[in-house]
Write a protein that binds this ligand. Structure first.
Ligand SMILES: [Fe+2]
Ligand SMILES: [Fe+2]
Length: 186
C-alpha cells in the first residue's frame, strides 16, 4: 500500500515516524488479544526497520561532520543496534513465547530514550542538524522515496529481512536458561 504522502521536510518526516511507533507501542500495552498483539508487533518491527534504515542510509551520513557533536551520531548507531537485537528476537517469536511482552516493553523504553536524544531541544541530533543548515526539504524527499521503496519491498512486514547492525560487529552470545520461574536451583 504505497500511498502518496504529502511532502515533509526531513525532521517532520522522522518525527512523524516516531509518533507512529509510539502509538503502536501504546496500542500494544492495551492489547489483550494474541492475534492483535502479533499484528502490532509485526507492524512495530517493520516501522522500526524502515525508520532505522532510512536514518542510517541517508540522514545520519548527511549529518556526519556537519553537526557539532559527532558523539551523538555514534551513540545513535549503537542505540539502533541495541534495538535491532530485540526486533530480531520479536521477529522470531510470538505472543505465546516467554518474555514476549517484556521484550516489547523494553524495546519501547529503548526507543523512547533514543527518540528523546534525537528530538531534544537545542542539543538533540535534529536540532543540531537544523543548526548546521542541512537541506531539510531535499533530505525529506530522499527519505520519503527510500521509505516508499522499502515499504513495498517489505510487503507490510511479510517480507521483512533480519536487521543489519552497523556498530555491533558479530559477537556471538551464549544462550542460558531463564532463572527462577518456580524452578528449584540444583
Ligand atoms: Fe529516529
Ligand atoms: Fe534514530
Amino acid at each position: 500500500m504505497a500511498s502518496r504522502q504529502k511532502k515533509m521536510d526531513a525532521i517532520a518526516l522522522l518525527k512523524a515516524d516516531h509518533r507512529k511507533v509510539e502509538d503502536l507501542f501504546a496500542q500494544f500495552e492495551k492489547a489483550r488479544d494474541r492475534d492483535r498483539k502479533e499484528k502490532l508487533v509485526k507492524q512495530i518491527c517493520m516501522e522500526l526497520s524502515i525508520h532505522t534504515m532510512i536514518e542510517e542510509e541517508i540522514f545520519y551520513p548527511t549529518c556526519a561532520g556537519q553537526v557539532k557533536d559527532d558523539d551523538l551520531l555514534e551513540e545513535a548507531y549503537v542505540e539502533h543496534d541495541g534495538a535491532k537485537v530485540l526486533v530480531a528476537e520479536l521477529m522470531n517469536s510470538g505472543p505465546d513465547n516467554e518474555f514476549f511482552d517484556a521484550k516489547v516493553h523494553v524495546l519501547s523504553e529503548m526507543i523512547k530514550h533514543h527518540v528523546k536524544e534525537e528530538e531534544k531541544r537545542s542539543e538533540g541530533l535534529f536540532a543540531e542538524a537544523k543548526d548546521a543548515g542541512l537541506d531539510m526539504d531535499g533530505l525529506g524527499e530522499r527519505l520519503m522515496q527510500r521509505k516508499q521503496e522499502l515499504m513495498e519491498e517489505f510487503a507490510e512486514g511479510d517480507n521483512l529481512p533480519a536487521p543489519q547492525t552497523r556498530s555491533f560487529t558479530g559477537h556471538e552470545l551464549q544462550q542460558g536458561k531463564p532463572i527462577g520461574a518456580g524452578q528449584a536451583a540444583d
